[in-house]
Design a protein around this ligand. Structure first.
Ligand code: SF4
Length: 441
């Protein structure tokens, strides 16, 4: 993977600085004859002040900034679209420097739908552009897999959201959702001329408070299929010098890549593990998740047991209820058996319709009956009840729709759509982060 294998400093293309761990940066600074504390200053600019350009780093010398610019890129994400009102679930569609689109979803701890507002937030991040796993109910895999995200593109989803929020609150923190602010040119008038009409970023880079407390790796893509880049990104987001998000506040979701689950168990991090199960028998699971043919339930459960034994962490099963597929009463018993065996909690998620797919969500009565039956089996379970299915709530759907619009005859060139799409929110209904989203696998 570019930027992560071999000597990352010898890449033909300049690597992005946010793909590097502190020891790597310290080593590079030592080669340059820079004292170690300069690395601390640089990291504070990257992760506390969320800077988007070298020239914002006012306590670094011009010579060091020029050297950094010679060897590294400093890219950020461009906000293309946003759905959802503040204090409800908000979906962000980002454009990366190569033009590819990804989604992140910001979920307040207490959506207004349920009561008090909260300043605690969970962010659901993407790890790939598209997905190769082709789960039958999922929008993310509809157009196949395009590429893995590099570590900095995963890290930057957190920074970009926080920058955006700081801009909204007028707290400073660098540019807010500006298009791919890069290197020494981020302050060029030309860059600003292309910016989407979002709240104007403040020029200062004051330390704005951390917005994201919890991370769920459940966005577009199968996280464990981008293993090295994901782990490096999470090491950065977990480090005290980086995102400072505790490992126990980070949940990785997978569609069931058994070997990678075992590998994850041997890592030093105490991440939470969620399994996108969606079927409690091989027959049902293989029908909707092709990955089950490669790693059937026996293999998957054995890998989960290994993870649980090594980490002592509770597991979660994500279970999208799809009408006529996995919502029958007969599914309850095998699901309960699996949950009890692994001491797993079950999150039931009513299916969110995906354009172009024929699946339906079960009625409210069927959903409630499924939950009650699970609880009678002494399984800890929750049912997501918010109304997110009116909009593009399914993971990958906003990206898919936007890409098709961009490619459509109505003619929205990339440049032409920039200003048009990031304006008023199109729908203010709180949306669930997913379903159909079985995100992250
Ligand atoms: S559910 Fe996850 S693994 Fe399956 S296609 Fe969607 S993103 Fe990929």
């Amino acid at each position: 993977m570019p930027g992560t294998r071999g000597d990352p400093f010898r890449q033909a293309v300049k690597p992005d600085l946010k793909s590097f761990l502190k020891p790597e940066i310290v080593a590079r600074f030592a080669e340059w004859g820079e004292p170690a504390y300069r690395a601390d200053q640089l990291l504070a600019w990257l992760y506390r002040r969320r800077a988007t350009a070298w020239k914002q780093m006012t306590d670094l010398s011009k010579a060091l900034c020029a050297r950094l610019d010679e060897h590294f890129r400093l890219t950020s994400l461009e906000l293309v679209r946003k759905q959802g009102a503040e204090e409800s679930t908000q979906k962000f569609l980002w454009r990366m420097v190569d033009g590819a689109l990804i989604e992140s979803v910001l979920i307040p701890a207490n959506p207004v739908l349920y009561g008090e507002a909260s300043d605690r937030h969970t962010l659901c991040v993407s790890t790939q552009v598209g997905c190769a796993y082709g789960c039958r109910f999922c929008a993310s895999g509809l157009d196949g897999w395009k590429r893995n995200l590099e570590p900095h593109e995963i890290v930057e989803q957190v920074m970009a959201i926080e920058r955006w929020q700081a801009g909204m609150r007028g707290e400073g923190g660098g540019a807010s959702g500006e298009p791919g602010s890069q290197g020494l040119h981020a302050d060029d008038p030309g860059c600003k001329a292309e910016a989407a009409p979002l709240p104007a970023p403040r020029p200062s880079t004051l330390v704005a408070p951390r917005l994201v407390d919890n991370l769920v790796i459940m966005g577009m893509g199968e996280p464990l299929a981008n293993y090295e880049n994901l782990l490096k990104a999470l090491a950065i987001l977990n480090a005290p010098w980086g995102g400072a998000i505790g490992a126990r506040k980070i949940t990785i979701s997978t569609s069931g890549l058994a070997p990678q689950i075992r590998r994850l168990a041997d890592e030093p991090f105490q991440f939470n593990l969620a399994i996108s199960l969606h079927g409690a028998s091989d027959e049902v699971r293989s029908r909707i998740m092709p990955v089950n043919r490669k790693y059937p339930l026996n293999d998957l459960v054995a890998a989960c047991e290994h993870y649980r034994d090594k980490k002592g962490r509770l597991l979660t099963f994500e279970y999208i209820l799809i009408a006529g597929v996995n919502d029958a009463p007969e599914q309850v018993k095998p699901l309960a058996q699996l949950a009890r065996r692994l001491n797993a909690k079950v999150n039931l998620i009513p299916y969110n319709r995906v354009e172009g797919l024929a699946w339906e969500r079960p009625s409210d009565e069927v959903q409630e009956a499924f939950l009650a039956a699970l609880e009678r089996q002494k399984v800890k379970a929750t049912l997501r009840r918010e109304k997110g299915h009116e909009i593009d709530a399914a993971c990958g759907q906003l990206r898919l729709r936007t890409e098709r619009e961009f490619a459509g005859p109505a003619g929205t060139s990339r440049r032409g759509t920039r200003g048009a799409v990031a304006g008023p929110e199109r729908n203010r209904t709180p949306s669930s982060r997913a379903s159909g989203d079985a995100p992250g696998g």
